[in-house]
Design a protein around this ligand. Structure first.
Ligand code: HEC
Length: 158
């Protein structure tokens, strides 16, 4: 009985070590370009800090990787969040978005945070600084309003 237990434990350990060699698929440390939203919209430092602390780990090409994010299978879940999050909204590529898309994404940002979908709740558990305070949410809302007004002034068809 005991030998079977050790044998199974060994199998689990080998499997754990083996999965560490499966590649993480995503890009994580791309250079910041002029397409970044902070650059594009000349975002003030406070608002930029909020986006970086609460959103950039899944919605940019520069996610920060804590040590546990490198260990499979946790790393797979994190990679999945990043890939999926970036597909929907990548702040590093803001400058490539159409007028309509930018406006829509700004609108969604407030909505998603308001209902508690964003930042993802399990992320907030590990990153308390990403849990927006009421003041931070108000700041986000105000900023989004200003940016959407600015977008409305742009000529159509971009
Ligand atoms: C832990 C990863 C993670 C963090 C942190 C995160 N998001 Fe997301 N976000 C996702 C994923 C994954 C999706 C796509 C799936 C979904 O909608 O649940 C998404 C989708 C979105 C969408 C939907 C886009 C659309 O058009 O439907 C918006 C808007 C958004 N996030 C805004 C934010 C904002 C704003 C923050 C910071 C306050 C943030 N997210 C932080 C992972 C994250």
């Amino acid at each position: 009985m005991k030998r079977l237990f050790y044998f199974l434990l060994l199998i689990v350990l080998i499997a754990f070590v083996a999965i560490q060699f499966v590649d993480r698929p995503e890009k994580i440390a791309e250079p910041v370009t002029e397409n970044d939203i902070i650059e594009q919209l000349n975002v003030n430092p406070e608002m930029a800090g909020l986006l970086k602390d609460a959103c950039y780990d899944c919605h940019s090409n520069q996610p920060k990787y804590p040590w546990y994010a490198k260990i499979a299978p946790v790393s797979w879940t994190i990679a999945e969040h990043i890939e999926h999050g970036r597909d929907e909204l990548n702040f590093s590529e803001w400058g490539t978005y159409s007028k309509r898309r930018r406006d829509h994404k700004l609108e969604e940002m407030v909505e998603e945070v308001e209902v508690g979908n964003m930042p993802l709740p399990n992320y907030v558990l590990m990153h308390p600084e990403a849990n927006l305070t009421t003041e931070q949410f108000e700041m986000l809302k105000k900023w989004v309003g200003e940016m959407r007004e600015q977008i409305a002034q742009e000529p159509d068809g971009e």
